[in-house]
Design a protein around this ligand. Structure first.
Ligand code: AMP
Length: 217
């Protein structure tokens, strides 16, 4: 199962990716998580990525594509993978197709999580992320048991710099200008499946699995 999750910031890609990756028993590859892990580890890549992430801009393709290529060359992908946050523009989609073609393989499906703009703002502004394990909560929709503390590992919850109101607007613009065109790209390849990402987390994942099972044997 080689799968991509696409959707605007706040559509719940990260949350659904964790559930779907566990359901299909495939690694969850999130480019945003890899950048944040590098930032936490104080690497050069982390420092470079931060300068773009904090402004809501995309990290340059050369850096991102190389990082994804390295990740896709690791040997834990026998069952496939779930990519979350990559590709984010048509050039990255083309590079991904070429990386997979070199391995004589291709994608099985691209799942689009769609929601409207108002819902996006409310979801992102309430999102809190664990500094330690990366788990996400929402101040209203999915609060942690103890405010500011992760339910899973007791790490500190914080608001991502790029989840602050001033950056959200730019991330939405970047999504519609640069990322949205990949939806038409994958529709053209006959790979696109779209679902409405509204409702309970478990409902959305059941909807996703049902939609995927219709196209993947
Ligand atoms: P995410 O956690 O997927 O929302 O990603 C957070 C930020 O990481 C994005 O706003 C970008 O700055 C950067 N990023 C993640 N994935 C990519 C990508 N495929 N291409 C460029 N930048 C990315």
């Amino acid at each position: 199962m080689r799968l991509i999750l696409v959707g605007p910031p706040g559509a719940g890609k990260g949350t659904q990716a964790v559930l779907l990756a566990s359901h299909y028993n495939i690694p969850h590859i999130s480019t945003g998580d890899i950048f944040r892990a590098n930032l936490k580890g104080g690497t050069e890549l982390g420092t470079l990525a931060k300068s773009y992430m904090d402004k809501g801009e995309l990290v340059p393709d050369t850096v991102t594509n190389e990082m994804v290529k390295d990740r896709l060359n690791q040997d834990d992908l026998a069952n496939g993978f779930l990519l979350d946050g990559f590709p984010r523009n048509v050039f990255q989609a083309e590079v991904l197709r070429a990386i997979l073609a070199e391995k004589h393989t291709s994608l099985d499906a691209v799942l689009e999580l769609s929601i409207d703009d108002q819902e996006i703002i409310s979801r992102i502004s309430g999102r809190r992320t664990c500094r330690n394990c990366g788990a996400t909560f929402h101040t209203v929709n999915a609060p942690s048991k103890v405010e500011g503390v992760c339910d899973n590992c007791q790490g500190e919850l914080y608001q991502r710099e790029d989840d602050k109101a001033e950056v959200i607007q730019r991330r939405l613009e970047v999504y519609s200008e640069q990322t949205k065109p990949i939806i038409a790209f994958y529709r053209g390849e006959g790979l696109l499946i779209s679902i409405m990402a509204l409702g309970e987390v478990s409902e959305i994942s059941q909807r996703s699995i049902a939609a995927l099972s219709a196209v993947i044997s």
